[in-house]
Design a protein around this ligand. Structure first.
Ligand code: FE2
Ligand code: FE2
Length: 486
């Protein structure tokens, strides 16, 4: 950062790594990041989008952290994307907003006693970023339009930047251990038997575009919840990093929200045109080249339940400790009105008691994962309401519904039992048929797979998805968002 530039707003674009953290004057960290850079580029080439690396993609790049105008759009080859380190502007006199240190000045350096805890949280967040790029790497080849292909690549490069964001914190604040963690973030691979990514949902396949839209709707939204909780952190560099990541993250959820909505819209329109009123007339609907609504529900059941597992155990001492320490807050902690310490509070949690699901009041500090998950479920519901409005408008009698939180779980209280999507406990034998009816089955996969034919003509869309309401950066419908053979 040139001398005299105010901390925060403007980004130094002259060096290898665009940044607003004064890397130009911080030789140690700059060198560490420059040493890490070639490994990152080779990871991107190996594990980033399969193909299209030489194509020109109409991408937005962060050039400022001013909320009123932080991005510029231009055609870029993905490996030339300017991945940078950007922190939201510092808040003058910021204090720790919760926990036992509430009211003390926010930390600019890692407090020694919380070093291990902070490092772990940063590494876990960091690991999810490249993981999703790996999960989505084959999707460019089956994009339903150039518009969608561009959105996929935009999400991918920004997840790459989020990895940079976490690696910067590790390099800047955690010494040799931080450098080792940064290297390991490039070493793990989504779905790898020996060196998998750290969290379950980030080792699952994203085999098709409906999965991609569900992933960006549900799983990127888990990212949003985690970032919101970390944006409250008393460790100020983490807070500022997460605050800026959230501005980018909003687009990822838009991609999921509008993507699912466009799939539904296309299905409903095709059904109306063919005079099909029964949403369960699967074969007749599929013959129209669109995805039947029950299949969309099954995909949703899968991605929602996989994502719930990311919130961890309902009762968690790690979560309690991180809050008590002032390291990880609640969703929008600063908007909540209580004592922000929670030492004497309780929170209702669904638990398993003698094979039944019952609500129980537990100490609020130990229920923080649960609380964040509840906030997540509520946040998810708004999109489902919007999707249902599209179905209602078409007059088809079908309603999408989020499954019960106990459905298809592998972590926490409900990992020990099976339920149907309404939360009714079922036997192991019954589960087999519940699974067939409510999770994507082999026929669904084969059908959707067959639909995944690329559409690369500007302004055209595959049979199973409606065009968007508006272009990116107000571009017209015919705009060539990706110049594939540039
Ligand atoms: Fe991200
Ligand atoms: Fe994201």
């Amino acid at each position: 950062m040139p001398d005299g530039m105010p901390d925060g707003m403007n980004v130094d674009y002259d060096g290898l790594i665009p940044n607003n953290v004064g890397l130009g004057a911080d030789g140690r960290v700059r060198k560490a990041l420059e040493t890490w850079h070639p490994g990152y580029i080779s990871w991107w080439r190996d594990m980033g989008p399969d193909g299209f690396q030489e194509s020109l993609v109409y991408l937005r790049t962060a050039i400022s952290v001013d909320p009123k105008g932080w991005a510029k759009f231009d055609f870029v080859r993905m490996p030339d994307y300017r991945w940078g380190v950007l922190l939201a502007p510092a808040v003058e006199g910021r204090t720790i907003p919760f926990g036992r240190h509430k009211g003390e000045p926010a930390w600019q350096e890692v407090p020694g006693e919380y070093r291990a805890m902070l490092r772990r949280l940063i590494v876990i967040q960091g690991d999810t970023e490249p993981a999703s790029v790996e999960q989505q790497r084959h999707l460019g080849k089956t994009a339903p339009s150039l518009y969608d292909m561009r959105n996929l690549f935009q999400v991918n490069v920004e997840e790459g930047r989020h990895l940079w964001a976490m690696v910067y914190l590790l390099q800047k604040h955690f010494g040799r251990e931080g450098r080792e963690e940064a290297d390991d973030l490039l070493r793990r691979r989504s779905g790898d038997a020996d060196t998998p990514r750290m969290l379950g949902a980030f080792n699952e396949a994203t085999p098709d575009w409906l999965s991609f839209f569900m992933f960006t709707y549900f799983t990127d939204r888990d990212g949003k919840m985690q970032l919101e909780a970390l944006a409250q952190s008393g460790f100020d560099p983490l807070s500022r990093t997460c605050r800026f990541m959230l501005t980018e993250e909003a687009h990822h959820m838009f991609v999921g929200d509008s993507g699912v909505s466009r799939v539904i819209e296309r299905t409903c329109r095709a059904m109306a045109e063919a005079g099909i009123a029964d949403p369960h007339a699967t074969e007749a609907v599929r013959r129209l080249g669109v995805i039947d609504l029950p299949t969309i529900q099954r995909k949703m059941n899968l991605h929602f339940s996989l994502t719930l597992d990311l919130f961890g155990n309902e009762i968690s001492t790690n979560a309690a400790n991180a809050f008590h320490a002032g390291i990880k807050g609640r969703y929008r902690e600063d908007k909540l009105s209580d004592d922000h310490k929670l030492e004497n509070d309780t929170y209702p949690v669904l638990r398993l008691k003698d094979g039944a699901i019952v609500e129980e009041q537990v100490p609020a500090l130990s229920a923080l994962n649960m609380r964040l998950r509840d906030d997540f479920v509520q946040d998810c519901a708004s999109g489902v309401t919007r999707w249902n409005r599209v179905i209602q408008k078409s007059g088809i009698a079908f309603e999408l519904r989020l499954p019960h939180v106990a459905f298809n779980r592998h972590i926490g209280e409900f990992a020990k039992l099976h339920t149907d999507i309404s939360g009714r406990v079922v036997s192991d034998t019954e589960w087999e048929s519940v699974k067939r009816e409510t999770l994507p089955n082999e026929q669904d996969a084969a059908f959707i797979n067959g639909l995944m034919q690329p559409e690369v003509r500007p302004g055209r869309f595959a049979s199973w998805i409606a065009p968007p309401k508006a272009g990116i950066d107000n571009k017209p419908g015919e705009f060539e968002y990706v110049r594939i053979h540039a």
